[in-house]
Design a protein around this ligand. Structure first.
Ligand SMILES: [Zn+2]
Length: 136
């Protein structure tokens, strides 16, 4: 199965799974609706850039992708959202190449950072070299 699939893109790291994954115009039955799709990593780019106001550079650091990749993800998401709003389509949020980032906090010095689970950078605090475990 894996050999038949296109080479996966670089994993993007997102802070949370989306709470809501479907938006539809009121009063139109689902069967009559066209829908556009935004991936979970594109939604995270929207959250970081358009909602929190981070630069594409900063958003790229969170997602662990390059600035041009963020710009491209945003352009695709903006196009999809515009299509939905202008043409009255539903928006579905699903898929994408991503892993969840977890929040880590050093019990020794209180330093906080986010990283994917099981990555080497979560084993010790970046500030004081104390071993660290995942916090909820
Ligand atoms: Zn520390």
């Amino acid at each position: 199965m894996a050999e038949l699939m296109p080479r996966p893109k670089k994993t993007r790291y997102v802070a949370q799974e989306p709470g809501v994954t479907f938006f539809k115009p009121r009063g139109i039955p689902l069967r009559n609706l066209e829908q556009v799709i935004i991936t979970v990593d594109e939604l995270e780019a929207l959250r970081l850039s358009d909602f929190l106001g981070l630069s594409h550079e900063e958003a790229g650091q969170q997602l662990k992708v390059s600035r041009p990749t963020v710009t491209r993800m945003l352009a695709k998401a903006h196009q999809a959202i515009a299509d939905a709003l202008v043409n009255g389509k539903a928006i579905k949020i699903e898929g994408g190449f991503y892993s969840l980032n977890y929040l880590f906090r050093c019990p020794q010095c209180g330093h906080q950072w986010s990283a994917p689970e099981n990555s080497p950078e979560v084993q010790v605090c970046l500030k004081c070299d104390q071993p660290v475990s995942k916090s909820p």
